[in-house]
Design a protein around this ligand. Sequence first.
Ligand SMILES: [Zn+2]
Length: 326
Amino acid sequence: MKDMFYIGVDLGGTNIKAGVVDASGGVLVKDGIETQAEGGPSVVIKRICQIIDAVREKGSLSWKKIGGVGVGAPGTLDHKKGIIFHPPNLPGWRNVPLRDEVAKNIPGGAIVENDANAAAWGEYWAGAGREVHSMVMLTLGTGIGGGIILEGKLVRGAHDSAAELGHTIIVRGGVPCGCGSRGCLEVYASATAVVRRFKEAVDAGRATTLSQDVREGKEITSKIIYEAALAGDELAKEVMEETGRYLGTGIVSIMNTVNPARIVLSGGMIHAGEMIMRPLKETVQELAFPIPAEKTEIVFATLGEDAGFIGAAGLALERLKPAKAS
Ligand SMILES: [Zn+2]
């Protein structure tokens, strides 16, 4: 089966990315289209099938060479039944049998997987987690997504709800979170949270080179804050430093729970590099048990936005490949 290819799809609220991936995780071709989520499930499913066909043709491959298709989808789902429950960024979706809809046109079959799990599997299989068997990934974006691989197995939990690492509670009774809880890692250390904490400090009277922009209601992003920090802005530096410390605090809880060999950080925020990594690692040194503090590697992801479709293809390979003859 070594010469078979798998197609991975990363379904997002704005764009659908897809690629043809070989049995070692190498990308043959990739492409993307708009999701057109406002059209509801039937339109989006049609577009998923369209991009699957487009990348297969771009790779000049017949269906005989395609072992199957994996789709990484947002929100909660039942990976065994292939049903997407109610993704917040896909209007009109409720209990959609996505796997069966997609598989209708695919000779090798299809699987669906949570998108954060798929991205973590992508890095584990073909990116920053390649040399280890136990890995945790945190994706730092508008929220914080997570994925856990332990001893070579993706951890999904009893209800497909494991690895919601952004909702690790780091402050009891803290800032309210979209999940209904309070004090989650996500409301302190996501890109959205960085902007909120920065603006709160400005509102509280802290001086910064960006105070006029904040007052005038100009758009402030975590990237702008990072750039201000690079240019020497004290408040921006402080907010980035604290972000690293919040992340370190959440990561220590993860280390104490699953003891991974490697922790991989991905998402737009990793452009801040050492500015968040240094305080993060200092916090881990301070709070973790000595052996994991010394041995757990904390690194940045290497696949960028391709991790989702690569991992979805890799999970299709795992789940659809014929059982080995004994
Ligand atoms: Zn939460």
